[in-house]
Design a protein around this ligand. Structure first.
Ligand SMILES: [Zn+2]
Length: 127
């Protein structure tokens, strides 16, 4: 059983390396296989997943920022859309005011998220 699995691993790794991938010194945090680099992207050939190489905890946190932020944006846009629909239906001035305030707050969060993501992207860009 174990043997078949590790044979499979080696086979996959060999196939990826043959297709031009570079072997890295790091190993996969999930399966322990050596990582490979394909077109500048580090990945695990066995898990078939990209792996983000980080040097310390802070960097690990920073590496997930863009993912967290784009998820935040998606949620904000969905909420604004939802509230806009409610706003279109209601005639109650109090509700309109409350909805407008909430939408305003959501848009502020959305804008900050977009700004932060752009800032991170610019910072990461090699000069
Ligand atoms: Zn792996």
């Amino acid at each position: 059983m174990e043997r078949t699995r590790s044979d499979e691993r080696v086979k996959r790794l060999a196939a990826v390396l043959k297709s031009g991938a570079k072997l890295r010194t790091e190993s996969c945090p999930e399966c322990g296989s050596p990582l490979v680099e394909v077109k500048g992207q580090v990945m695990c050939a066995v898990c078939d997943k990209p792996v983000v190489i980080v040097r310390d905890e802070t960097e690990a946190g920073r590496a997930i920022y863009p993912y967290v932020l784009s998820e935040l944006e998606e949620v904000m846009v969905a909420k604004i859309d939802e509230l806009t629909r409610i706003l279109a239906r209601t005639g109650d001035p109090d509700e309109i005011e409350r909805l407008a305030e909430t939408i305003d707050a959501l848009m502020t969060v959305l804008r900050k998220g977009v700004e932060l993501r752009e800032y991170l992207r610019e910072k990461d860009q090699p000069k």
